[in-house]
Design a protein around this ligand. Structure first.
Ligand code: NDP
Length: 328
C-alpha cells in the first residue's frame, strides 16, 4: 500500500457529501490500494452535522480511512490536499438574479482557489461539482496562478452517464455497449449530448438510432433536464448519482480511460473545436498516466455545431459576468 492521499470535500454535510464520503472512504475513489485521509470543509453552521457524518465514518471501520478532519477555514481544509472535491455552493434561491448567484459563488470559490494555491500539494487535482460548476471552476482557477490551469475541472460526468443510459435504453442494449459518448459545453440546460461521435457495438450510434426527431425532441432535453425530473419524482435533487459521477470523474482521471472509449470532463479549453481558450467547457477526453487530453479530430456536423456554439456562448456570457464583478 501507498502513503495516504489527502482528499478535501467541501459542502461535506450536504446531500451529495453524504452520498460521497462513504464511497471515498471505502476505496472507490482511488482504488483498493490507496489509503485516504478526509479533510471536510463546511460553513460554521454545518460543522456539527459534518461531525455527525465523521462519527458514522468511524463506525464503518473502513480499512483505507486513515482519519477525518473537519474545518470551517479553507486555508486549513486545503493544506496538503491531493484531491479537492468542491461540492458546496450557493444554490439559486427564489427571486435571485443570475448576477447575485455568481457573486455569492465568487465569495466561496475565490477564497477556495486562493487556499488551494497557497497550501495544496503539488499534484492537486480539483473537481468542481457545486453549480454553476464551470464558472465556479473558472473563478477558483483564476485565483490559483501557481497551480497548472488544467488541474481545475468541472463535472459533466453525470450528464455523460445519463446520456449513455438514455441511448442504451432507446436501442435496448446494455450500457456497456455504448462507447464514446460526449457532453459538450456547459453543465446547464444548454449542454449538448452528442451521439454522432458515439458508438454502439462499434457502429455509429446516430445511425443505429436513425431518428433525428427523437434526438432533438426527446434525447437531448431528457438528458439536459434530467435534474428537474429527479426533483419532481424524489422531492429532492439528485445526490447519489451526482456523487457517483464525481467518483467516476476522479477515478478515471487518476487511473485512465479504456483504449476504445473516452469520458466527458469540463476542462480549460485550449481552443479545440472553436471553444475560446480558457473557458472551462465540457469535452471528450482520454486519460492516461494521471493526465487527460482532449480528443482531437472529431467531426462536428450541422446538427451539432449550433448546439455546441450555444452552450459555449453561455459559458462566455458567464465569464463576462464574473469578469465584470472582478471575480476573474
Ligand atoms: P447538495 O449536496 O445537494 O448539492 C451541492 C451542490 O452540488 C449544489 O451547488 C448543486 O447545484 C450541485 N450539483 C451539481 N450537480 C448536481 C446534480 N446533478 N444534482 C444535484 N446537485 C448538483 O446541496 P446541499 O444543500 O444538500 O448541501 C450543500 C452543502 O454545502 C451544505 O451543507 C452547505 O452548508 C455547504 N456549503 C459549504 C460551503 C463551504 O464549504 N465553504 C459553501 C457553501 C455551502 P444545484 O443547487 O444547482 O442543484
Amino acid at each position: 500500500t501507498q502513503a495516504p492521499v489527502n482528499v478535501t470535500v467541501t459542502g461535506a454535510a450536504g446531500q451529495i457529501g453524504y452520498a460521497l464520503l462513504f464511497r471515498i472512504a471505502s476505496g472507490q475513489l482511488l482504488g483498493q490500494d490507496t489509503p485516504v485521509r478526509l479533510r471536510l470543509l463546511e460553513i460554521p453552521q454545518a460543522v456539527k452535522a459534518a461531525e455527525g457524518t465523521a462519527l458514522e465514518l468511524e463506525d464503518c471501520a473502513f480499512p483505507l480511512l486513515v482519519g477525518t478532519d473537519i474545518f470551517d477555514d479553507p486555508k486549513q481544509a486545503f493544506e496538503g490536499t491531493n484531491i479537492a472535491l468542491l461540492v458546496g455552493a450557493r444554490p439559486r434561491t427564489k427571486g435571485m438574479e443570475r448576477g447575485d448567484l455568481l457573486e455569492a459563488n465568487g465569495g466561496i470559490f475565490k477564497p477556495q482557489g486562493e487556499a488551494i494555491n497557497a497550501g495544496a500539494a503539488d499534484d492537486v487535482r480539483v473537481l468542481v461539482v457545486g453549480n454553476p460548476a464551470n464558472t465556479n471552476a473558472l473563478i477558483a482557477r483564476s485565483h490559483a496562478p501557481d497551480v497548472p490551469a488544467e488541474r481545475f475541472t468541472a463535472m459533466t460526468r453525470l450528464d455523460h452517464n445519463r446520456a449513455i443510459t438514455q441511448l442504451a435504453k432507446k436501442l435496448e442494449v446494455p450500457v456497456t455497449d455504448v462507447k464514446r459518448m460526449t457532453i459538450w459545453g456547459n453543465h446547464s440546460a444548454t449542454q449538448y449530448p452528442d451521439v454522432f461521435n458515439a458508438e454502439v457495438k462499434g457502429r455509429g450510434a446516430a445511425e443505429a438510432v436513425n431518428d433525428e426527431k427523437w434526438l432533438a425532441e426527446e434525447f437531448i432535453p431528457r438528458v439536459a433536464k434530467r435534474g428537474a425530473e429527479i426533483i419532481e419524482a424524489r422531492g429532492a435533487s439528485s445526490a447519489a448519482s451526482a456523487a457517483n459521477a464525481a467518483i467516476d470523474h476522479i477515478f478515471d482521471w487518476v487511473n485512465g480511460t479504456p483504449q476504445d472509449d473516452w469520458v466527458s470532463m469540463g476542462v480549460p479549453s485550449d481552443g479545440s473545436y472553436g471553444v475560446p481558450e480558457g473557458l472551462i467547457s465540457s469535452f471528450p477526453v482520454t486519460c492516461t498516466g494521471g493526465r487527460y487530453e482532449i480528443v482531437q479530430g472529431l467531426q462536428i456536423n450541422e446538427f451539432s455545431r449550433p448546439r455546441i456554439d450555444a452552450s459555449v456562448q453561455e459559458l462566455a456570457d458567464e465569464r463576462d459576468a464574473v469578469r465584470k464583478l472582478g471575480l476573474v
